[in-house]
Design a protein around this ligand. Structure first.
Ligand code: ZN
Ligand code: ZN
Length: 141
């Protein structure tokens, strides 16, 4: 059997821990108003197939349905935003900042830039979409 990448992470208080097996998706930065309000800034999330994600302490996760088609999982003790999942999809988005460092992750592009907060600029030179992006499942789809 081939060696696979293993990544691990946890919420701020440690009640929720997770492990992923295999290659993680590039990180997408979402600047939509939901991500802005929940995080105070923006979401930066990777994603992995559900069968490659193991979560412990799942009873500490509150799933908040911010839109009809998706929900956001956060730790009910410390408030850390951890997961995002779209109904009917076989993968889960995971906040890049929750991973143990070094994560090996990189932001690839920005979405919903039209809704970003007015108190910062996106100036890393990466592609920016005003709304979502073709091929990427978001709550706006
Ligand atoms: Zn926590
Ligand atoms: Zn968003």
């Amino acid at each position: 059997m081939q060696d696979e990448e293993i990544h691990a992470g946890h919420c701020l208080c440690g009640a929720v821990t997770f492990r992923t097996r295999g290659r993680l998706r590039e990180v997408v930065a979402c600047h939509c108003s939901q991500c802005r309000r929940q995080s105070g800034l923006y979401y930066a999330a990777t994603s992995i197939a559900n069968d490659r994600l193991v979560v412990e302490g799942g009873e500490a996760i509150t799933w908040y349905r911010a839109s009809p088609s998706a929900e956001r999982g956060f730790c009910k003790h410390c408030g850390s935003a951890l997961f995002w999942r779209h109904d009917g999809e076989a993968d889960t988005s995971i906040m890049a900042g929750a991973f143990d460092q070094p994560s090996g992750l990189k932001i690839a592009y920005h979405i919903f830039c039209a809704d970003k907060g007015d108190f910062y600029e996106i100036d890393d030179g990466l592609p920016q979409s005003p709304q979502g992006r073709a091929g990427l499942k978001t709550a706006g789809d």
